[in-house]
Write a protein that binds this ligand. Sequence first.
Ligand SMILES: [Zn+2]
Length: 395
Amino acid sequence: MTARPLVDMGELAPYAGPDRIAALHPEERALRVIWDDGRESRFHWTWLRDHCACPECRHPQTRERLFELRDLPLPIGPASAELEENGTLCLNWPARDSASAHQSRFDPGWLRWRAYDSASRSERVRPRQPWSVKTLGQVPEYSYERFKEAAEIQRAWIESLQQYGAVLLRGAPAQAGELERFASAVAPIHETHFGRIFDVQTKPDPNNAAYTSLALEPHVDLPNHPHPPDIQLLFCIANEADGGDSTLVDGLQVAESLRKDHPESFHVLTTQAIDFRFQDAKVDICHRVPLIELDSQGAVTGLRFNNWIRDSLDLPEDEVERYYSAYQQLWRALCHPDNQLGLRLAAGDILAFDNRRVLHGRTAFTANGRRHLQGCYLPRSMVESRLRLLERQGS
Ligand SMILES: [Zn+2]
């Protein structure tokens, strides 16, 4: 049974828990909280005042912040702090400068959930597990039937996608229309110039290597967009041709190895922007960006390796050869057998992968059997939203 919150903190996600505050140590700038399991968290007075969840400070209906610290002198000074009998933290803010006296009450479960000491912050990081063929073995897989019925399987499916960047569902009805139905139940489909749902099969007048029977080197889709699609779904309706096996490569693992073993190449690929471009009769879409993207902490957030639609190299003269050499180093690592996980999709399989992280490809196939895949893209934010809703329901 879920515990009842002590204080309405204006959250839809559950936060009530067994966490209890054992002791309070007010300091000049912050309140040091000792939890009954021994953890210590510091909460700055300014932070506590900013996060008051009373109806004056947080809108009871929209849950949005109403409190404004714009005109207050910072840092906000201490409140008198006490623990109520049921464990609620009560803070009384004295009238000060332009601010009037105010009372804030905090649910200890909420405070623990939102604590920003280093141990609490690292617990909140969703782990991404870089993998090679040897360490992953095979893509985690779940049954389509169980996915449909069980929220915990839906949750595990999204968590696997976050952790490994790839996950497989097996046993869906292998018919046109199923992918669109399935995908849009997970998140709104991200439509591109390839359409809402695209068919991967040989076409008479292809505008893309995927629409031929050629082997496909590992690549990500649409790196020529400022924001390439996040999650790709590939649905197998028929795979009766000789060849046409799928390959997946964890770009995160390859980028991290490059950072360690060839820091110079990693530096070039993360700092030197190049052009990507897709052009056909109807569109001409370009974007210039480094091939490996990092966040403000230096963590790899995505790769844009796609040799077909890398545009002509436009770099200062003395950068050109250095760039080619770094690019080749990355490419060779992506194609190394240790990194290329093979997978044969069967009718009814839905392969989901993180198009910003995991590269996909396939072996060549012959025209002796039917091969028909369908694909679409989903935005990460909405897939993660789905996960939070599942977590909110406690599944
Ligand atoms: Zn308030």
